[in-house]
Design a protein around this ligand. Structure first.
Ligand SMILES: [Zn+2]
Length: 256
């Protein structure tokens, strides 16, 4: 009898582990695909909060109230139409000259002042933000971090039951690692998909769609030199992205 109970207990633990892990096999609202992802929204949110704290210690945050207000206004207009509404989006203006923007899990988006200053309209700001919200909504960002953190770390994180354990594990990741992963390139398919979602969100939020192409042209014109901005270090060539976005704006079938 005792052995039976022990076996039953083992079975229960195994089953709940499997359920907990496979419980994240959900329909992705942004892409329409079913996917296997270990990290729940709650865990993703804990990641975002912890990573945001670490990044804010590492990077100077702009204090320019007018620019921050504009970023927040455009950001929230895009966020309202995102396919993913299970967390709030946060927009931070980084006081550095780079032509860059990046996203970490949990809807935390960082926009560099260098890029912000090169853009002349809210539509162009919306184009960058809609692309980043697209990565977040399609879960490209959390999947990139899931892969970079490794199975052991993610499994421990997912199975941690106490909030302080999760917080301690996440705090051990380190700002340098977080920034490196956040700025590393997404795959080709993910970039095209974020552009496609970006156009969808700009359309729904009422921004001028051709601003996305203008933004690419601005980035292209300013990226001459040995090291292109990391926002552009993507697998698909920028010209291919421009063509795909033009096609998307005209309502054509996706070409990739
Ligand atoms: Zn991207």
């Amino acid at each position: 009898m005792r052995q039976f109970i022990a076996r039953l207990l083992t079975l229960f633990v195994c089953l709940s582990t499997v359920l907990q892990l496979s419980g994240c096999t959900t329909l992705n609202a942004a892409t329409g695909r079913r996917e296997f992802i270990f990290i729940s929204t709650d865990t993703e949110l804990s990641m975002g909060q912890s990573f945001n704290t670490q990044l804010r210690q590492q990077y100077p945050v702009s204090q320019d109230k007018a620019k921050i207000g504009r970023l927040q206004k455009v950001g929230h207009r895009i966020a309202q139409v995102s396919d993913r509404q299970d967390f709030e989006y946060h927009f931070t203006l980084v006081a550095q000259d780079d032509l860059n923007a990046f996203t970490v899990p949990g809807g935390y988006i960082y926009f560099y002042e260098g890029l912000f200053d090169k853009l002349s309209s809210d539509d162009e700001i919306a184009a960058v933000l809609a692309h980043e919200v697209g990565h977040s909504a399609a879960k490209h960002t959390v999947k990139k971090f899931q892969a970079a953190l490794g199975y052991d770390f993610v499994a421990k994180l997912v199975l941690s039951r106490i909030g302080s354990d999760v917080a301690r594990q996440l705090a051990s990741v380190g700002g340098g690692f977080i920034a490196n992963v956040a700025m590393s390139a997404y795959g080709r398919q993910d970039e095209f998909e974020a552009d496609q979602l970006g156009i969808k969100y700009m359309r729904l939020a009422g921004y001028k769609l051709d601003a996305m192409i203008r933004t690419f042209e601005i980035l292209k014109a300013n990226s001459k030199g040995p090291e292109p901005p990391s926002f552009l270090r993507t697998h698909p060539h920028l010209d291919d992205r421009i063509k795909a976005v033009e096609n998307e704006i005209q309502g054509g079938e996706p070409k990739y």
